[in-house]
Design a binder for this molecule. Structure first.
Ligand code: PML
Length: 266
């Protein structure tokens, strides 16, 4: 028997050339039709408006996806952007990222431009991505059906079972499997979505409500990296197919102190 064939399906939609929505996953051949329909529908009924351009990519993967576990998820109930910055500083500096880098990432994500991909920053806050305007897009990731049901069940108990949380957790789980990545900061570019997150291998995926004020239409991601070849990291983020097949615990609100006491579980 030959190896099983997987497909990466990716969608990006736009309205009057401005980004509206995106989605992606890794699937079996028999699922392609339904997924293409589902992604198309998502682009047409998005709350940012009906897309006037939908780009779909269906690509046969030449490499068998690497199977990994998700990061554990929790929320620190931050009350405002200042509290979210303080929590981020405490957590991200505890893994060796400097205050300067964290503050620089917040500053760069609040500057008013949303890049298509993530910024790469060293632990001092120096930008390392080759294209400073586009950043680095993470692609070719997905989740198995069983893991997706488990994740939906765990998030459902917290009232968080939606594509935004699921897809962000899948992306962060892929990113943090790579040892060069020490931490991440994400602020949504959706003006109505004010919860962001930070992630590290030690602490997991930590949601931070009210990281930005409602109505702000920009955001993005910053990955804090250390040691190693940036071009190998970029190749992993963009090309290596990764699929989540195990879901770590998903918790509700947790005190910052408890998060800081967490030791690496990956
Ligand atoms: C996005 O807009 O896709 C980023 C969402 C980040 C936060 C998701 C969450 O609520 O955990």
């Amino acid at each position: 028997m030959g190896r099983r064939t997987y497909y990466s399906i990716r969608m990006r939609s736009a309205k009057s050339s401005a980004h509206v929505s995106g989605a992606e996953g890794i699937y079996d051949k028999v699922e392609i039709g339904n997924i293409v329909k589902d992604y198309t529908q998502r682009a047409l009924v998005h709350e940012k408006g009906r897309a006037d351009e939908i780009r779909l990519t269906v690509e046969e993967l030449k490499e068998t996806p690497k199977k990994i576990a998700s990061l554990p998820l929790a929320t620190v109930n931050t009350r405002n952007p200042e509290a979210a910055l303080r929590a981020s500083l405490k957590i991200l500096t505890s893994v060796g990222i400097t205050e300067r880098a964290v503050e620089e990432a917040f500053r760069a994500l609040n500057i008013g431009i949303t890049m298509r991909g993530a910024m790469l920053m060293d632990i001092e806050g120096v930008r390392l991505e080759p294209d400073l305007l586009r950043g680095v897009r993470v692609t070719r990731m997905g989740i198995t059906k069983n893991a997706s049901s488990d994740l939906s069940r765990k998030l459902g108990r917290l009232g968080l079972n939606n594509n935004t949380v699921k897809e962000a957790l899948i992306l962060a789980s892929k990113v943090h499997k790579y040892r060069m990545v020490l931490g991440e900061l994400c602020i949504s570019d959706d003006p109505n979505y004010t919860t962001g997150y930070i992630a590290t291998r030690t602490h997991g995926y930590i949601r931070l409500p009210r990281i930005k004020k409602r109505g702000i239409p920009y955001g993005g991601r910053a990955f804090f990296i250390t040691g190693g070849e940036v071009k190998d990291l970029i190749k992993y983020l963009q090309q290596t197919p990764v699929i989540i097949n195990e879901i770590k615990p998903c918790a509700g609100n947790i005190k910052l102190k408890e998060i800081l006491e967490r030791k690496s579980r990956r």
